[in-house]
Design a protein around this ligand. Structure first.
Ligand code: BGC
Length: 518
């Protein structure tokens, strides 16, 4: 191999840097968000002393065959998943605890109209990064007059630290950002700055501006937050920073995405997040929520946060999924999320490759040490390998070397690796598509013709969907297979990048303490 180890050779032999393919990864597990330079040299690896059962690469074939079988998602399986999603939604709307799906009331009953005006902030804590944003809203004619944002990655230790440490970190980031507010942003005299707080974890909302964290997901294990009102935690931290701001709306990222997309398009009915984690929300009629019959809203509608990451009915799972779940920090929970979202796809593939390397000579006679490190292979790595259409899969070779320390891989071994990636990603994308159809199906059953009989938009956000073309393709294919070509023409899956920030600010505007004064 020549010295240009981080380059992929194209057929004309002109080297293509992987970065040009948009395939480099951020440091965070499964996150596609930031592009960081990768070392240009091929690292030497330490071989494990443990010997694998010597054999040919072909000995990996039965594992691959079995994987194909177990991960298969033919139409009847997709149908079953879509139906189960719809049924679990109904059960979750009927009573708390009756379904994997929590079907949480968002307390959002007015959606943005375009008339919102003023300066609002949004604070977004959802995964590996947190973002702060300010937006000057100009009403119907001027819409978003100006917006600025900053993004900070969350140090790994804070994801396992104390509640105060995490919220102090967020509040101090917000304080620094507010201090940079320029003159183009205008806050009327005598008003506090108001925030829409996007908190992308399962929260039992108690009002539009308060809610109790049910549990952490996506690898967060911050002590002392579960069971607490996260707005109160933020307010205390803001106070410690000496900041006088008001949280006007607490929203899930899916809910923020729906609100943000609806600002521009009245046909948006559903929002889905496919990133580090996954979730979906949709617009529901209050009278279709038996567990909330005592509540009424002006519009008669609300947004329901399904928390579909917890869905589990009928999923085609393998021993690799089951082992990953058992060893996770939340065993038995978030099974759909663990099957389809960015945090986990790379880890499932790593587990398959490890098993293959142990029972065959997939990577030679030894199992590379790094292949045994949980989460070392990330979904952006899979994505990069998946884009390699060179005959000898040279990018696959490089990525295997860089990420799991495979010093030599034969073209046959690389093909097997590429197939494993494809199998896991295909299953994920197709199941996500079936989940979306399940939600639409439930809505259509309740309001005949109002979903499939007209243009219906599913607002989509998240790095997995945005950056993984094959995943996107599989998802869309599954939606079309399930709905048929006619109905699926009316269903538009629209990527609304970072819509949840503006959405949260809009919801802060709608629920502003000063709203009657605007
Ligand atoms: C959380 C959801 C969130 C989703 C996407 C999941 O792990 O439970 O609340 O919306 O990730 O960020």
């Amino acid at each position: 191999m020549p010295a240009t180890h981080h380059l992929l050779l194209c057929p004309s032999s002109a080297p293509i840097p992987l970065s040009l393919l948009g395939l480099e990864m951020s440091a965070a597990v499964g996150s596609f968000t930031a592009l960081v330079p990768q070392p240009a040299t091929r690292r030497r690896v330490a071989w494990a002393t443990r010997c694998s059962v010597a054999g040919s690469v072909a000995a990996a074939s039965p594992i691959l065959k079995n994987l194909h079988l177990k991960c298969a998602t033919p139409l009847p399986v997709l149908r079953h998943i879509a139906d189960a999603m719809a049924a679990d939604m109904r059960a979750g709307l009927a009573a708390d605890g009756a379904s994997d799906l929590k079907m949480i009331l968002s307390y959002v009953d007015s959606l943005p109209t375009g008339n919102e005006k003023g300066l609002f902030y949004a604070l977004d804590l959802g995964g590996t990064n947190f973002r702060v944003l300010r937006v000057q809203l100009g009403g119907k004619d001027n819409r978003v007059v100006d917006t600025e944002f900053e993004q900070v990655s969350i140090p790994q230790e804070l994801m396992h630290g104390s509640t105060e440490e995490l919220f102090d970190f967020i509040a101090s980031g917000l304080a620094r950002f507010v201090a940079k507010e320029g003159e183009k942003f205008r806050l009327p005299q005598g008003r506090k700055r108001e925030i829409g707080f996007t908190f992308s974890f399962p929260v039992k909302q108690t009002s539009i501006d308060s809610g109790i964290l049910i549990k952490w997901t996506k690898g967060f294990a911050v002590s002392g937050t579960a069971g607490k009102d996260v707005v109160a935690c933020l307010n205390e931290a803001l106070k410690r920073q000496g900041m006088d701001m008001r949280v006007s709306a607490l929203v899930n990222d899916a809910v923020g995405t729906l609100a943000g997309a609806r600002y521009w398009d009245d046909d948006v009915m559903v929002a889905v997040i496919l990133g580090t984690g996954t979730n979906a929300c949709y617009i529901e009629h209050m009278d279709a929520i038996p567990k909330l019959q005592d509540l009424t809203t002006g519009s008669g509608k609300t947004i329901i946060n399904t928390e579909w990451g917890a869905f589990s009915t009928g999923l085609p799972l393998t021993e690799f999924d089951k082992d990953m779940d058992k060893e996770s920090i939340n065993p038995g929970e978030q099974i759909f999320e663990k099957t389809i979202s960015g945090m986990y796809l790379g880890e499932i593939v790593r587990r398959v490759l490890l098993k293959m390397a142990e029972v065959s000579a997939l990577f030679g006679d030894y199992v590379p040490d790094k292949l045994s490190v949980p989460f070392v292979l990330r979904t952006p790595d899979l994505c990069a390998m998946h884009q390699d259409d060179s005959e000898d899969l040279e990018a696959v070779d490089l990525i295997l070397n860089d990420t799991v320390g495979v010093t030599r891989s034969s073209p046959d071994a690389r093909k097997i690796v590429a197939e494993v990636c494809d199998t896991i990603v295909k299953r994920g994308g197709r199941l996500a598509g079936a989940g979306i159809v399940g939600i639409l199906q439930k809505m259509e059953q309740d309001s005949k013709g109002l979903i499939f009989g007209k243009r219906t938009v599913v607002a989509m956000d998240g790095g997995l969907y945005e950056h993984y073309p094959q995943y996107r393709k599989y998802l869309k294919e599954s939606v079309t297979e399930l709905l048929g070509s006619e109905a699926s023409k009316n269903v538009i899956i629209e990527h609304t990048k970072d819509g949840s920030g503006i959405g949260a600010a809009l919801l802060a505007a709608i629920n502003s303490k000063y709203s009657t004064e605007v």
